[in-house]
Design a protein around this ligand. Structure first.
Ligand SMILES: Nc1ncnc2c1ncn2[C@@H]1O[C@H](COP(=O)(O)OP(=O)(O)OP(=O)(O)O)[C@@H](O)[C@H]1O
Ligand SMILES: [Mg+2]
Length: 528
């Protein structure tokens, strides 16, 4: 008997789990070495003491009920493993697994619990759970941020999300602006319309928010005192806040903002979450930087577009005044020089008639001069038409082009063809002028450069656009090289066509191959 008792006692002492036995009155009657280690009591200190010494108060009723149930059922039993909470000598509570077995000696019931401290396992489980939650949180933030490139949207949606996740009452995001921080987003559960505060400023270094921005460090405070100095008054109802966090939003070590969250109770985040908070701060910061960059590009593009619009407006004015000037010169030439030449011709003819028949040399000279005057008159007319095709104003594009192309054939001996179709009514005068000048320049180019024997012009009116083509069978040219040339004396004709086309939202394409002729195509959309 003694021998088996000794063996039992050795077994008890060497066990790697804590073993505690109780009698039916709940008094401790066995407490092994591992139990001493777990509960921080020596065996002598606990023997004969009530179980309550190693169990937190709120567990008393459960234990008492367990003991009575077993005593009343009058059965021995080997219990299942369960998770309970124990109480150490220093007052700390810890989770452990117990497995209780009972056996009866007469009326006495002995309870033996095998105890395994699972604090470490619980901690590890807790850590994994937390890491998972952190990943989910970061992923959600990344998703929210990724949905927009609009700065205001990013600020508002991330602020809302962080506040919901942390269960904060108040939240704000400040963005640096020289030596100040401007309130860029603000939400408060204490206020109905908290947005009114946007644009408010605080100085860098002032209060906790300014400090977080200046030092790039998180400020976590659960100190209800000194609140007045720590929180700027921009955060209304700050006196209700018991807890707040100022998180610098850092991208590549540069603070691009500060996130503030505060609550009248404790926020989910604590000092232990510093890494997580920094990660949240980084992802918000990167998206803020991107959004700012995008806004800058947008602003720059807008500026460029405005400049371009101004330039287009100026070009338009220039072209209009050029046309006016041409019209004026053309009229003056026609009215003044034209009249003078006509008078000169009449005079010469009269002179010729009055000359005596024997003055043949002079009479021939007068005849020649009359011919020269005729030629000058023709040249002046041609110049007038070139400067300002009066037909364009009076009869429209079709008639003006037709006459111009015909004259071109006469002047340059190039066989011409003019086709048109679909035209039911006149185009707006500015479009007619643009097309007329473009055809004029294209034909001039053919005369100057193409050495062509044939050319054809077509004018097509479709429901969506006006299409003009000028085609020749001349020597052709390297379009890409010619048009990208930066030579000082490069021609301006095609450039002029392009500019005029821009004014009517038109488009020009040139197809040409050396030795294979040239096709110029203009397309001008119709305003719907
Ligand atoms: N139909 C064509 N056939 C062959 N070459 C052409 C033709 N049209 C244009 N080119 C070539 O393209 C160049 C550019 O034409 P553009 O009208 O811009 O200038 P330009 O005629 O030389 O000078 P400007 O028009 O200012 O008097 C011409 O110098 C010529 O080499
Ligand atoms: Mg030219």
């Amino acid at each position: 008997m003694k021998e088996s008792e000794e063996r039992y006692s050795i077994l008890l002492e060497c066990a790697s789990d804590g073993i505690v036995s109780l009698n039916s009155r709940g008094k401790i009657i066995e407490f092994n070495r591992k139990a001493e280690e777990i509960f921080q009591y020596t065996k002598d200190e606990v023997l004969g003491r009530n179980l309550s010494i190693i169990v937190p108060k709120y567990y008393f009723p459960t234990h008492r009920k367990g003991i009575t149930d077993i005593i009343e059922s009058k059965k021995s039993r080997i219990g299942k493993t369960m998770e309970v909470v124990g109480l150490r000598r220093d007052g700390t509570q810890f989770p452990h697994e117990i497995s209780v077995s009972t056996f009866r000696v007469g009326d006495e019931v002995i309870f033996t619990a095998i105890i395994r401290d699972i604090s470490e396992r619980k901690k590890a489980e807790e850590k994994i759970k937390r890491q998972n939650e952190e990943l989910i949180l970061l992923n959600s933030i990344a998703q929210i941020i990724g949905q927009s490139i609009n700065l205001e949207e990013i600020l508002n949606s991330t602020l809302g999300f962080v506040m919901d996740t942390s269960k904060a009452n108040v939240g704000a995001i400040f963005l640096p602006n020289h030596s100040k921080l401007t309130l860029a987003a603000y939400k408060s559960k204490f206020e109905k319309n908290p947005k009114k505060k946007r644009g408010d400023e605080i100085k860098l270094g002032d209060n906790s928010i300014g400090y977080a921005a200046q030092k790039g460090k998180i400020v976590i405070s659960n100190n209800t005192r000194d609140r007045r100095q720590k929180i700027p008054t921009i955060i209304s109802h700050f006196s209700k806040l018991k807890y707040f966090i100022c998180l610098p939003l850092k991208s590549k070590e540069k603070v691009v903002g500060v996130l503030f969250i505060g609550d009248s109770h404790e926020i989910r985040f604590t000092g232990k979450d510093e890494n997580l908070l920094n990660s949240i701060g980084n992802s918000i910061a990167v998206s803020i930087e991107n959004a700012i960059l995008f806004e800058e590009i947008k602003a720059a593009n807008l500026e460029i577009a405005q400049e371009r619009e101004k330039l287009e407006h100026l070009t338009m004015k220039l072209i209009v005044s050029q046309e006016d000037e041409r019209r004026k010169i053309s009229r003056e030439l026609h009215d003044e020089a034209g009249q003078l030449i006509s008078t000169l011709k009449i005079n010469l003819e009269m002179m010729g008639k009055k000359l005596p028949g024997n003055l043949t040399t002079i009479s021939n000279l007068v005849k020649k001069s009359t011919e020269l005057v005729d030629q000058s008159s023709y040249e002046i007319k041609r110049l007038c038409t070139n400067l300002h095709p009066s037909l364009l104003d009076s009869l429209g594009l079709q008639a003006a082009l037709s006459s111009y192309i015909e004259e071109f054939q006469e002047s340059y001996g190039v066989k011409t063809e003019f086709n048109y179709g679909g035209i039911k009514k006149r185009f707006p005068i500015e479009i007619e002028r643009v097309i007329y000048r473009a055809v004029q320049e294209s034909l001039n180019n053919i005369a100057k450069h193409a050495r062509a024997s044939r050319l054809s012009v077509s004018l097509l009116d479709t429901p969506i656009s006006i299409i003009v083509t000028v085609e020749d069978n001349g020597v052709g040219f390297d379009v890409k090289r010619t048009l990208s040339s930066h030579e000082v004396n490069r021609g301006l004709g095609i450039l002029g066509i392009k500019e005029r086309m821009c004014l009517v939202n038109g488009h020009i394409t040139i197809k040409s191959k050396k030795g294979n002729g040239t096709v110029i195509r203009l397309e001008i959309p119709k305003k719907v």
